[in-house]
Design a protein around this ligand. Sequence first.
Ligand code: SIN
Length: 534
Amino acid sequence: METKSLPNDSTLIIGAGLAGLFTALEMAPMPVTVITAAKLGRGGSSRWAQGGLAAAVGDNDKPEYHFNDTMAAGAGLVDFHAAKVLVEEGPARVEDLIRYGVEFDRDENGKLKLGMEAAHGLHRIVHVAGDQAGAAIMEALIDAAHASSHITLLERTIADELIIDENGRIRGALLFDIEAQKRYMMSAQRTVMATGGIGGLYAVTTNPKFAQGHGIAMALRVGAEIMDPEFVQFHPTGLDLGIDPAPLATEALRGDGCHLVDNKGHRFMTDLHEDAELAPRDIVARGVAASIAAGNGAFLDARTAIGSRFKDRYPTVYKSCQLKNIDPSTDLMPVAPAVHYHMGGIRTDIEGRTTMKGLWAVGEAAATGVHGANRLASNSLLEALVFGKRVADSIRKDDPSTKQVRVGFQQDRLTLEPKPAPEEIFQHLRNTMTAFAGLLRTGDSLKQAAANLNEIQDSDVLTSGLQNAVLAASLICLGGYAREESRGGHARTDFPETSETRMHTIFKWTPETNLTHHFEKLPDISKTPSETSS
Ligand code: SIN
């Protein structure tokens, strides 16, 4: 097989969403090669983000307030240090985006307009053109990347395996050039996983279908630890329009006063939480699911709160509704929970270093612990920026030792075609995950999911993409099965209580032990700041 080598001080970044691209930009002037499966800007979930970016930039806000809301939403599992870093460095990263040319919405005095979203104690979300933050931020960063001579872009290229050297350091990846239909080894001194989330593994998701957790699978196979894969976040208000992936009705709508009602017009969230529609996301998602399961449906009502201003204020949501002739200024919007975000992922420290030398992870693919068991709304774009910069700084300090070393990869990967999963069997996988590893789970349902996944793994249509997807999905099921409690995004109806012991689920694979898992207790959180905004 052909081997290509990046220059000695160069880094390979796998993924060109917000996390990958911002990391690449922040690495200047060090050379970096970024690969992306789609054309730049066409793939990834970042550009779909509607809600915006949470940061303590308001006059009456403080990082401590943002910290406390992040900790509370995360249901006891948020890493203290990661959360502190996120909230303290957040405002500077918003400034960075403004320097890159992002035009956040401003009020008549030129101050940033701040929106409200669930579980935030005050208005703290910056937006662009109402609900177009993700697209606008990506556009600005793509322009910057094109203008940056230290960045080489390899579009229409996928990675499906990492390369490891005889000392256990990751040294690049096995790549596949989709246009040339050619596989080759790309050796690099440092590799960053910025492969995004797992929503595509579910039949109902707001993510692009190809968000299938491939980065998690690749990292696991070379020995990196995977943390808390069972924590999958469901957005309460995917638009239930029979469209796959499900268009999102941003949480900002509820922050703007829209209500959730059933088919009798009853505001069911008022029965379930004192913050009603603005309760933490996991609670609202389960409330919506319960109303649907009871046969009462669930609808977002924007008629009074927004009315005729809807089209201008929320153009993306408006456009989606138009596809089914729904006018949100006069009609109710049917909604249902949809997989939206993965709190679990490749375990990293607060510099984005994984447990393997030479390998970093950033953005949704990473588990820094910053989101705990349930991410606070609009903390994800912020995470990509804050930890993207930290990854870049950490790489700058890294000494890879350029002595000649032997490198290799799991040879059995070459027996699998480097292709995505065949459509029919992949849909079976997605249906399995939604039915048995979804918003509500039991030990039995998760066992059923794992059994279906094993069958898929043994099928004769296995491709390298399908194998990666099956592995990522299996970790979600195994983590969910092992965690005998309900917490944040993980709701076991056979274990409805939250355990007093706060612990992470850790998975690791080695050729000697195969897949093992253990729980790791979190340290005491008695030293958290006590200031609060609410
Ligand atoms: C939304 O707009 O509701 C999504 C925001 C987020 O997931 O953080």
